[in-house]
Write a protein that binds this ligand. Structure first.
Ligand SMILES: NC(=O)c1ccc[n+]([C@@H]2O[C@H](COP(=O)([O-])OP(=O)(O)OC[C@H]3O[C@@H](n4cnc5c(N)ncnc54)[C@H](O)[C@@H]3O)[C@@H](O)[C@H]2O)c1
Length: 335
């Protein structure tokens, strides 16, 4: 008798991904994103699909004695202990290329909403403050300078969209060469913060980028400039950002990600009308969710049918023999 393999899913994924899984494996959808819940369920799972909130640390991975793959929807794998999973020979995969332009569109929406004061004007009409139209805070975006930190997939897509809006773009990324002719690359982070009208963060969370944007760089920004973060919350020192906003030393911010998610109701960032907040949705649209769920489900099915899945993020931590086997698999691709 063949046993049916089980897949733990931390939060619902799009139905297209569910359809790929449903006739091949048994799905265990977690009722919530708490660690205790993951610990209670993971022992039965042959693979897991995670969204951003649930953490797979050593305890959870240890409890998942049968786990063969942990697949993260989207890019960020910072909620998984890559090294520990790798040493156990468990694939940790992500789904790159499924929401880069989706994130970039969200950043463009933030640039536009900050420039055109969309949220503030909406509130003004509802509060019978029609006179707001006589004190326009709105700005054009054409010819404004966008500073991009991290020129990977979302950074490049954002640069591309914004140059097409007539914005000028400057970028900082010490690890890549800029392929876009309309984008100027600088090796000085200071230049980005001191000259840009919008600074948009597009880096992963690493020991170097952790709390990268603190008082030092915020103090360099022009009083008319805004900070945008749709990458990872821990890149920004939130206390320093709150101080900069309170002192009006920057004009505003648009934040999709936070040091702690969900953002608590009494968090000081909630109080600023010049701050636009969204609940970590920059990469989520109907279309991107379909692409992400399809890719995540396929990685699980590939693994459970003995194939090497795409987009493995922790191969370097694998035992040498298993790593060599993957690298010599004719179907394995680094892309
Ligand atoms: N808010 C969302 O819904 C959402 C959706 C997708 C991605 N993200 C996050 O956005 C971030 C970027 O995603 P991506 O797909 O563009 O990643 P990517 O890997 O394609 O690009 C990241 C870039 O950051 C650069 N970088 C690394 N350290 C840097 C540093 N110290 N200074 C400057 N640049 C540095 C890298 O060289 C790379 O080019 C990731 O953290 C990802 O998790 C968020």
């Amino acid at each position: 008798m063949t046993t049916i393999q089980k897949v733990f899913i931390s939060e619902p994924i799009d139905e297209r991904g569910m359809a790929i899984l449903s006739d091949k494996v048994e799905v265990m959808l977690a009722p919530d994103t708490r660690k205790e819940t993951a610990l209670a369920l993971i022992g039965d799972a042959d693979a897991a699909i995670l969204r951003a909130t649930t953490r797979f640390d050593r305890d959870v991975i240890c409890a998942g004695a049968k786990l063969q793959a942990i697949v993260r929807t989207g890019i960020g794998v910072d909620n998984v202990d890559l090294e520990f999973a790798g040493k156990k020979g468990i694939y940790v995969c992500n789904t790159p290329g499924t929401n880069d332009e989706t994130v970039a569109e969200h950043v463009v929406a933030m640039v536009m909403a900050l420039s055109k004061q969309v949220i503030r004007m909406d509130r003004a009409v509802r509060a019978q403050q029609w006179h707001e139209r006589f004190s326009p805070r709105q700005r054009d975006v054409k010819n404004k300078l966008l500073g991009i930190i991290g020129l990977g997939k979302t950074g490049l897509a954002t640069a591309h969209f914004c140059t097409n809006l007539g914005m000028k773009v400057i970028a900082y990324d010490p690890y890549v060469a800029n392929p876009l002719p309309d984008v100027r690359q600088t090796d000085r982070l200071e230049e980005i913060f001191s000259t840009a009208d919008f600074v948009s963060l597009h880096c992963p969370s690493t020991p170097i980028t952790h709390k990268m944007v603190g008082q030092q760089y915020l103090a360099m920004m022009k009083p008319s400039a805004c900070l945008i973060n749709a990458s990872r919350g821990d890149l920004v020192e939130e206390e320093a950002l709150v101080q900069a906003l309170a002192a009006d030393s920057i004009a505003g911010a648009a934040l999709d990600v936070f040091e702690q998610e969900p953002l608590r109701a009494d968090h000081p960032l909630m109080a600023f009308p010049q701050v636009i907040l969204s609940p970590h949705v920059a990469g989520s649209t109907k279309e991107s969710n379909e692409r992400i769920a399809t890719a995540a489900a396929q990685a699980v099915i590939d693994t459970l049918t003995g194939l090497v899945p795409k987009h493995i993020c922790n191969l370097d931590f694998f035992p040498a023999d298993k790593k060599a086997k993957v690298l010599h698999d004719p179907k394995y691709s680094f892309s």
